[in-house]
Every structure is written in C-alpha cells, then in structure tokens.
Design a protein around this ligand. Structure first.
Ligand SMILES: [Zn+2]
Length: 472
C-alpha cells in the first residue's frame, strides 16, 4: 500500500487534516440565570422579572486542530457588550492559553434575558444602569470563561459533518411596503394597507455536527444557524425563547449530553410575526412551536449530513472597521435631551421619539469619533467558516456574505464580539422607520462590514487551499 493511500484510509477514520493532525472538539454549558429583581431586556422601559421559566446558558465550543485552538461562545442574552467580550477573552486566554483573538462570543438575542449594562444612554431608562444590572453583567465574563475552560478540558477527537436545510415558512421580514408608498415596520396582523414585504428572509438552516471518532460515535455538538428575532416568549420570566425549545427538542433525539448551540444569523429585520395570521404569536407555547419547526429542519438535515473527510486547518482572522456616525443637528440634540425625559413608549409616536433620542444621544457621546467594530472570521479547512457581526444586521447584508463566501458552509453569527445595535443595509436608509431611526452608524456602514468579511473569507480560503497541498 502506498503511503498516500494509508494516509487517506487513516484520515477517513480520524478526520485528519492535511498535516496529519486530528481535529479535537469540546463543549460545555454554564447557567447564567440572574438573581431575582433584575429587569428584563429588549424594550425601552424597565420590565421586572418573576423568576426563571427555562434556564439561560453560556454555551462554548472549543476547536483544536493540533496547532491552533479557537472557541465559539453563544449566550442566551439580548446582546454582547464589548467590555464583557474583552474581559472574557483576557480571562479565557489566561486560564486556557487560547488566544483571546481566537475567541468569538455572541448572544442569541433572546428578549427574556436580563437587561445588561452597556454604557449606552438607554441604561438610564430600561434598568441597564441599575446596580443589580451592573453586578449581574460583571459576573458574565467569569461565567463565559467557565464554559470555555470546561469545553477546553473536554477536547476529544471528533468527526465533523455538515448540512444545509431550508425553512422558509418560519421567519418573516418585518418591514413592508405599504399602500401609501412608505415602508412599515411590524405594521400589525391582517393590516389591509400592506402591499408586500420590503425585503427577503434568509431561509437557510446551517447545521454543523460533531460526534466522537470512536467505533461507536457519541453526539457531541449540533451547531444551528438561522436568522430570526427571539422575542416570542413574552411575559416576565427568564427564558431562552425558541432557541431553548430547539435545544430541548434535539436532546430528545440525540440525548442530553450533546450540546445544541444556536447562533442567530443576520436577523436585524427578521422576526417570527406572520402578518397574515390573526392568532396569538407571543407566549411560551409560541416559542415551543417555533423551536419545534426549527428542530424539524435539523431533524431533516441529520440523515443528509455530509462528512468532512478532511476538516483541514483552523484559522482565525479579525479586522477593526471604523464606521461613520449618522448625522444630527444641535436642535435634534436639544430635542433628544427633552424626549428621553418626557416621551413614553406606549404609543407608536412616543416610541419612535425615544428611539431617535437615544440614537442622537449615543451618537453625540462619541464626539465625532467613528464607531470602531470588530469583524472576525473563524475558518475550518476549505468548507466551513463562522463570521461574527457586531450588532443586529439586516438580512440583505448576511445574504451578500453567504453569496460571496468561498466557503460552502458560511455561518453568520450576529450580535457577536460587541454590539452597536441595528446595522441596516444602504437601501433601507431612505425608507426609514424603526431600525434606521435606531442605527448608530451612517448609511453604507453595513456594506463596509460585508467588504471586510468577504476580504477575510477570501484570504482564509486561499490559505486553506495552499495548506491542503499534499506533502511530498
Ligand atoms: Zn432586536
């Protein structure tokens, strides 16, 4: 038997990469339930919490190709403030040796999670600036690091397989062309003024699966990527929303020891509301319904998983991108100061006033300095890449990156490595409405992030090509 055929046979069993190293992977989850009293996130007013409906978790996956280690963390939280990321990376590097720059930390965007301290003007109105919230937010870096440390301790040889499923009857674009020519935002169920959605959804359900590489494989991880706002559960109890229901459904089939990690895609303008259905669409039951539909897509994907015979080399790259600020006038700043004190979000007009006011105040606080955000890509061989985005990204931008990515399986991980709020695509700016009113960056910023992501993806893929050349 020739040397190369021995190598090939061995790599089929062990997921060897081009250098002959085997891929190891470990997972862990740590509860991050808040103490009673701390409010819930995601709205412009303070909301109490009356206990835990289902656990929220910090979930970590560590990958090791023998030379490079990287970690992907997703927390059941509304967002991931940059200061939490920086502290968690520093501590995780200290405890595990994984370079902080190789760690991606995101949030699912569940709206039934505790309000966090973000160093935003909204901290004063939604409870993020209260001592309880500051204290809780201060515990998160250590809890995230616990998950990374534990996943790192559980590294073991794995076989990787991937699949894509399509689910186009679950998510909806929440912006609509209206009969008067405007673009409506969440215009309400059965609204006769709706003409059609103003943009697409991303129907792709990305599935990345790891199992132990022994004779009797044991499931280790199902990573699921789909773009949709988790604001379904409602009420005043802590919940992971539909990603929690997804995890419970997959555990019924694969067992409780497998980690289901859900990373939200570019869901800035995507939610679950079906405007053609008059039925109630906000409750724990509704979250269970959505999680079950998403789980069904994964169940359909399992039999069609394609094994990555040669997982290849693990590579990480990131760039700081400076995004221009949206313009404002001195009069608008005066008005904003007045509106945050007087406006209330119980009418559409009052809500929009608050949204605009907080955008102007946060923009003014930057004193002309651009928003500095991080774009990061973790790539595995020639087939798989995770792209971290620092906010709530319009779906059009994520679709552009998937369309231009040389990696067949490209996962958009939104609200990762920091969050600056909504990032609409260029054409949404003149259309206006909620997300545009809220955006802390000027028109064209989203496209700058697309350019950055595609540049890094292309570079990493070229390097993967080079490293896969057989050794002589
Ligand atoms: Zn949101």
């Amino acid at each position: 038997m020739k040397a190369w055929s021995i190598l090939l046979a061995a790599s089929c069993l062990l997921n060897l990469d081009a250098r002959g190293a085997e891929l190891r992977l470990g997972t862990a989850a740590v509860p991050i339930n808040p103490p009673p009293g701390i409010g819930l996130a995601g709205y412009y007013h303070a909301r109490g919490n009356e206990g835990v409906l289902d656990d929220i978790l910090a979930k970590a996956t560590v990958l090791d190709d023998g030379q490079t280690r990287a970690a992907i963390v997703v927390c059941d939280l509304i967002s991931m403030p940059k200061w939490i990321v920086s502290e968690a990376r520093r501590l995780a590097q200290e405890r595990t040796g994984i370079p902080g720059a190789n760690i991606m930390i995101g949030a699912t965007h569940t709206h039934t999670a505790p309000v966090l301290f973000r160093e935003w003007s909204r901290d004063e109105t939604d409870g993020g600036g209260e001592q309880l919230s500051k204290d809780y937010s201060g515990t998160l870096p250590k809890l995230i690091v616990e998950a990374v440390v534990s996943a790192n301790e559980k590294l073991q040889p794995v076989r990787i397989s991937v699949a894509k499923e399509t689910e186009n009857r679950l998510a909806n674009n929440r912006r609509f062309w209206m009969r008067d020519g405007s673009v409506g935002w969440n215009p309400g169920k059965l609204n006769a003024q709706i003409v059609r959605p103003a943009g697409p959804i991303d129907p792709e359900v990305g599935v990345f699966f790891a199992e132990t590489s022994g004779a009797k494989p044991v499931p280790v991880l199902t990573f699921v990527n789909y773009a949709m706002h988790p604001d379904t559960t409602g009420g005043t109890r802590i919940s992971a929303d539909f990603p929690g229901a997804l995890s419970r459904a997959l555990a019924l089939y694969k067992g409780p020891d497998m980690l289901t990690m859900f990373a939200n895609g570019t869901c800035g303008n995507i939610n679950h509301t079906d405007v053609h259905w008059a039925g109630a669409q906000s409750s724990p039951r509704e979250a269970a319904r959505l999680g079950t539909i998403l789980a069904a897509a994964v169940f359909k994907a399992y039999p069609r998983l394609q094994s990555l015979i040669n997982t290849g080399v693990l590579r990480v790259r990131s760039e700081i991108v400076k995004l221009p600020l949206p313009p404002y006038t001195p009069e608008q700043l005066e008005q904003a100061r007045l509106d945050v004190r007087t406006a209330r979000d119980n009418t559409r007009a009052g809500f929009m006033k608050l949204v605009r006011a907080h955008r102007v105040l946060d923009t003014a606080a930057r004193e002309g300095n651009p928003q500095e955000v991080e774009m990061q890509v973790i790539a595995l061989g020639q087939d798989v890449a995770w792209v971290a985005w620092p906010g709530e990204i319009f779906v059009e931008l994520g679709l552009s990156v998937k369309a231009g990515s040389p990696f067949a399986h490209t996962y958009n991980v939104a609200l990762a490595n920091g969050t600056i709020g909504y990032i609409p695509n260029k054409s949404a700016y003149p259309e206006g409405n909620y997300e545009v009113e809220s955006a802390r960056v000027a028109e064209g910023s989203g496209e700058m992030l697309v350019t950055s992501a595609l540049r890094m993806l292309a570079e990493l893929h070229r390097e993967a090509d080079a490293s896969s050349t057989p050794r002589r």
